[in-house]
Design a protein around this ligand. Structure first.
Ligand SMILES: NC(=O)C1=CN([C@@H]2O[C@H](COP(=O)(O)OP(=O)(O)OC[C@H]3O[C@@H](n4cnc5c(N)ncnc54)[C@H](O)[C@@H]3O)[C@@H](O)[C@H]2O)C=CC1
Ligand SMILES: O=C(O)C1=N[C@H](C(=O)O)C[C@H](O)C1
Length: 256
């Protein structure tokens, strides 16, 4: 099998550490460098503080980005400009940023995978929710994460709502005269669906999608209890991005 040369941005982070281990333990992947703005990663590969400095020196096939929303967007754009295929787990991109990256991948004819959730179980949870939404159109999404998370709602919750939007007519839920006596009580809304973000120490990454109809509710739930749960999705993304020439948003679009 052909060796895939990988650079990882954010190698000291919770996800970055797992990704370093994955790449180092996968025989057909080679970790050639990392990008760490503080230069503090202690690994036996070159550590670059800046992505352009890295790409002027190194020629990876794939960049895995696990950083922060603003940095992740800039890294993805820069990678495409330098001919490097991005696999992005970083969440919190705006729709405009996603569109811009999609156009850039199209014009450079480079594969790019942006996956708000790499856990196979989470992808199934989103797909099952999309299936259920054909029959239940009153929906509340509750996402629960560790309290160090920067973005809310989570990328997974936004993606879930977007997938449901494909099959559900927009609908205002709840009582037409409902009023929040405490701001934020009803959460964020996408197309009338409500999204609630819970942040607590002790949690990792969890989401439940609740559907309600006359006399019944249905709950679809997924829990990640550690970050290793995301790594099989990262592995398949690195392998698949090499065969793509456009941007794919969501792991569900590359799984059989
Ligand atoms: N797609 C998925 O399945 C998953 C996605 N995530 C997302 O991945 C991202 C990272 O999450 P965590 O690892 O939990 O966060 P973290 O805070 O533990 O790690 C982020 C790392 O990025 C580094 N960083 C910040 N600016 C940088 C720069 N300019 N250059 C290089 N590195 C930089 C920080 O030093 C930090 O080590 C978040 O956006 C999170 O939402 C997290 C878990 C799963
Ligand atoms: O920050 C996290 O931890 C996670 N972020 C992703 C998201 O925003 O959906 C994926 C997973 O939920 C963990």
């Amino acid at each position: 099998m052909e060796q895939i040369k990988v650079t990882i941005a954010g190698p000291r982070g919770r996800m970055g550490k797992e990704a370093v281990e994955l790449v180092q333990n996968t025989p057909h992947f080679t970790l050639i460098s990392v990008i760490d703005h503080k230069g503090e990663a202690s690994l036996d590969v070159p550590v670059y503080k800046d992505i352009e400095e890295c790409f002027r020196t190194e020629t990876p096939h794939v960049l895995i980005d696990l950083t922060t929303p603003e940095v992740g967007y800039l890294h993805t754009k820069t990678a495409l400009e330098y001919g490097v295929r991005p696999v992005v787990g970083t969440t919190g991109f705006t729709p405009e940023e996603l569109n811009e990256l999609k156009d850039l991948a199209e014009s450079t004819k480079l594969g790019c995978i942006i996956a708000p959730n790499f856990a196979i179980g989470a992808v199934l949870m989103m797909k099952f929710s999309q299936m259920a939404a054909k029959y239940f159109d009153d929906i509340e999404i509750i996402e629960l994460h560790h309290d160090q998370k920067l973005d809310a709602p989570s990328g997974t919750a936004v993606k879930t709502a977007e997938m449901i939007k494909e099959v559900r007519e927009a609908k205002t839920q709840g009582h037409p005269n409902e009023k929040e006596t405490h701001s934020g009580a009803r959460g964020a809304t996408i197309d009338g669906m409500h999204i609630h973000s819970v942040r607590l120490p002790g949690l990792i990454a969890h989401q439940q999608v609740m559907f309600g109809a006359e006399g019944q509710t249905l709950t679809v739930r997924h829990d990640s209890y550690n970050r290793a749960s995301f790594m099989s999705g990262v592995k398949v993304s690195v392998e698949t991005v090499m065969k793509l020439d456009t941007l794919v948003y969501g792991l569900e679009n590359i799984l059989d």
